[in-house]
Design a protein around this ligand. Sequence first.
Ligand code: COA
Length: 201
Amino acid sequence: MTMLGKRLRLRAIERSDIPDFVRWFNDPEVRHYLQMFMPMSQAQEERWFEAQLSDTRSHVFGIETLTGKLIGNIGLHGIDWRESCAELGIVIGEKDYWNNGYGTEAIQALLRFAFMEMNLQRVSLWVYDYNERALHCYQKCGFQVEGRQRQAHYHEGRYHDKILMGILREEFARADQVANHSIPDQGRENTNHGEGHPVMG
Ligand SMILES: CC(C)(COP(=O)(O)OP(=O)(O)OC[C@H]1O[C@@H](n2cnc3c(N)ncnc32)[C@H](O)[C@@H]1OP(=O)(O)O)[C@@H](O)C(=O)NCCC(=O)NCCS
């Protein structure tokens, strides 16, 4: 099963994707925008992958072009079934694909899945204040700025703010540019319990 966009699909991640993840997360230009700051080994990423297999509160998907090239990953973390919310994280690791709308398309596909299949009510994310491209991309997708943690991130010798953004199901329904999708607001059932934890968008 995949989530389809116009030029990409979101699919399950596979063990064979791990070398690409390690390459991306060791690229200083990519990492500049992410939480991780230590060099990452293949073994660490393998351990993360194994943990993902049994983690019911976190789902990560590969972002693949329709020609089958893996360009990034995107996930929902800290899924809280009682509060119907989760935190989004995304990386387009192949830098040649930045600024071409792939991030926007991947987020829209994931939000559609989050609201229409997982029955979430709210998706949020954290982004560093200097990540102008991501901020612009999230705003295009309908996220609103909800708050700011001042000087909560230390990077390259100084402190930066972390910005909290969020989108609600009804806001997504309005922003969703794909025709013929409707999002019911009623009949939602939540059976599992859990708590959220912060991740960087
Ligand atoms: C952030 C990221 C997911 C966005 O995906 P993308 O495919 O590059 O983004 P898109 O092309 O869909 O949208 C980016 C928008 O920001 C704009 N933009 C780029 N640089 C910008 C800047 N410095 N200031 C303002 N806007 C900028 C682009 O022009 C584009 O807007 P437009 O479509 O209106 O022209 C991707 O760049 C990425 O993974 N970056 C590295 C890791 C990262 O930052 N992850 C997110 C952590 S919160």
